[in-house]
Design a binder for this molecule. Structure first.
Ligand code: NAD
Ligand code: WQD
Length: 342
C-alpha cells in the first residue's frame, strides 16, 4: 500500500510517516517546506531504517501534484499540508484561504482524475468553536472563530459535498485536540520557525533559556485554577490514530469523523508543573490578560475512535513533557544544522 502524505515533513506529518514505515506502508511525501525542514524526513529514515520518496512540491502548483500521481500508484492520501497559525490567519486571511482551500481543491481534483478516492484529512477541535458542554462529541454543533478554523470547517464541508456527489470517496475527518510531545528518540519534534504561538513549544523554549518567561493568558476563567484547560495529546498517539484509520478507510465507510484526543483536560499551570518536573528547569511565568479568541476549556470524548478504530491515546502528561524536553535539549535549535548537538 502506497500512501501520499501531504505536509509530511511537518510536525505531525513526520511522526506519522515514521509510524507508516514501521507498519510497512510505502510512503511518498509532498511538502513545500514552507514550515518544515527536509531533515525531519532524513531522520525518519534513520530511525526506521526504511526509505520514503520526497517531492519538494507545492499544492498550489497542480502540475506538481499530477507528476506525483503519474509516477506513483497511490492508494490513499493523508492530507496534513496547510498553514496553521491562528493569529496570522486573522491578520492575513487571504493567505490562509488561498493556501489551505485552493491547495486542497487542487489535491482533490488530481485525486479525482487519477481515481484515488481515499483521504484522511487533518481537521481540528477548533471546528467546535466554544462548546456548550464537555466533553466534546463528534456530533456537537460546528463553528469557526477565526480564518484558520474556517478553512478547516470549509474543507470538511467540501469533502462532505464531494462524497454526496460520488459515493466512491472514502473520507476520514480527524479532529485533533492539542498535539504536543515528540518521538521518544528525540530526533524528530516540533520546530516552530518563529516565536511559538502554542503553549508547550513556548514552555520548552523558556526551559532551554531561549525565551525569558511565559505569559499565562488569564487566570480568571471558570476552571479549577482559573487558567485555560485543554486536551493535550502526545503526537505519537496522534500518529498512531492515523495508522488505525487507514484500514477503516479501506472498508469503504464513506465519510467518518473522529475526535483524536485523550479525554483528559489539563490547565496551563498543570502543564507548567508537569514540564518543570520532567525537565528539572524552572519555568518563570507571569499572568497576563486573556488572549482574544481563547476559550476556557476544551476536551474530547474520544470513545467513538476507541469503538470504531480500536484506537486510544496511551501516553501520559509526564510522557508528553519528558519527550518534548528530550527533543528540545538534544536540538536546542531544532533542525537548523549549524547548532545541532546530536
Ligand atoms: P506543520 O506546519 O508542522 O506541518 C504542515 C506542513 O505542510 C509543513 O511541513 C508545511 O511546509 C506544509 N505545507 C503547508 N502548505 C503547503 C503547500 N501549499 N504545499 C505543500 N506543503 C505545504 O503543522 P502540523 O502541526 O504538523 O499540522 C499538520 C496539520 O494538522 C495541519 O493541517 C494543521 O492545521 C492540522 N492541525 C494541527 C494542530 C496542531 O496544533 N499542531 C491541531 C489541529 C490540526
Ligand atoms: C493552550 C492554552 C492558552 C500560549 C491552538 C489552535 C487550535 C489547534 C491547537 C490547530 C490556552 C494558553 C498559550 C501561551 C498561554 N491548532 N497559553 N500562554 O489555543 O488551545 O489551540 O492550537 O488546529 O486551532 O487554536 O492551543 O497551545 O495556543 O494554548 O497561557 O504563551 O495555553 O490561553 O489556554 P489552543 P495553545
Amino acid at each position: 500500500m502506497k500512501i501520499l502524505v501531504t505536509g509530511g515533513a511537518g510536525y505531525i506529518g513526520s511522526h506519522t510517516c515514521l509510524e507508516l514505515l514501521n507498519e510497512n506502508y510505502e510512503v511518498v511525501v509532498l511538502d513545500n517546506l514552507s514550515n518544515s525542514f527536509e531533515d525531519s524526513l532524513t531522520r525518519v529514515k534513520n530511525i526506521t531504517g526504511k526509505s520514503l520518496d520526497f517531492y519538494h512540491a507545492d499544492l498550489l502548483d497542480k502540475e506538481q501534484i499530477v507528476k506525483i500521481f503519474s509516477e506513483n500508484k497511490i492508494d490513499a492520501v493523508i492530507h496534513f499540508a496547510g498553514l496553521k497559525a491562528v493569529g496570522e490567519s486573522v491578520s492575513i486571511p487571504l493567505k490562509y484561504f488561498h493556501n489551505n482551500i485552493t491547495g486542497t481543491l487542487n489535491l482533490l481534483e488530481v485525486m479525482n482524475d487519477f481515481n484515488v478516492k481515499n483521504i484522511v484529512f487533518s481537521s481540528s477541535a477548533t471546528v467546535y468553536g466554544d462548546p456548550a458542554s464537555l466533553p466534546i462529541k463528534e456530533d456537537f454543533p460546528l463553528s469557526a472563530t477565526n480564518p484558520y478554523g474556517r478553512t478547516k470547517l470549509m474543507i470538511e464541508e467540501i469533502l462532505e459535498d464531494l462524497f454526496r456527489s460520488d459515493q466512491n470517496w472514502n473520507i476520514a475527518l480527524l479532529r485533533y485536540f492539542n498535539p504536543v510531545g515528540a518521538h521518544e528518540s528525540g530526533l524528530i519534534g516540533e520546530d516552530p520557525f518563529d516565536i511559538p504561538n502554542n503553549l508547550v513549544p513556548f514552555i520548552s523554549k523558556v526551559a532551554i533559556g531561549s525565551l525569558p518567561e511565559l505569559s499565562v493568558f488569564g487566570n480568571d476563567y471558570n476552571t479549577s485554577d482559573g487558567t485555560g484547560i485543554r486536551d493535550y495529546i502526545h503526537v505519537v498517539d496522534l500518529a498512531l490514530g492515523h495508522i488505525k484509520t487507514l484500514p477503516k478507510l479501506f472498508t469503504n465507510p464513506g465519510v467518518v469523523i473522529y475526535n483524536l484526543g485523550t479525554g483528559i483536560g489539563y490547565s496551563v499551570l498543570e502543564m507548567i508543573n508537569g514540564f518543570k518536573e520532567q525537565s528539572g528547569k524552572d519555568i518563570p511565568y507571569k499572568i497576563v490578560d486573556r488572549r482574544p479568541g481563547d476559550i476556557a476549556a476544551c476536551w474530547a470524548d474520544p470513545k467513538k475512535a476507541k469503538k470504531d478504530l480500536n484506537w486510544e491515546a496511551n501516553k501520559t502528561l509526564a510522557d508528553m513533557c519528558k519527550d518534548t524536553w528530550n527533543w528540545q535539549k538534544k536540538n536546542p535549535n531544532g533542525y537548523r544544522e549549524s547548532n545541532r548537538e546530536n
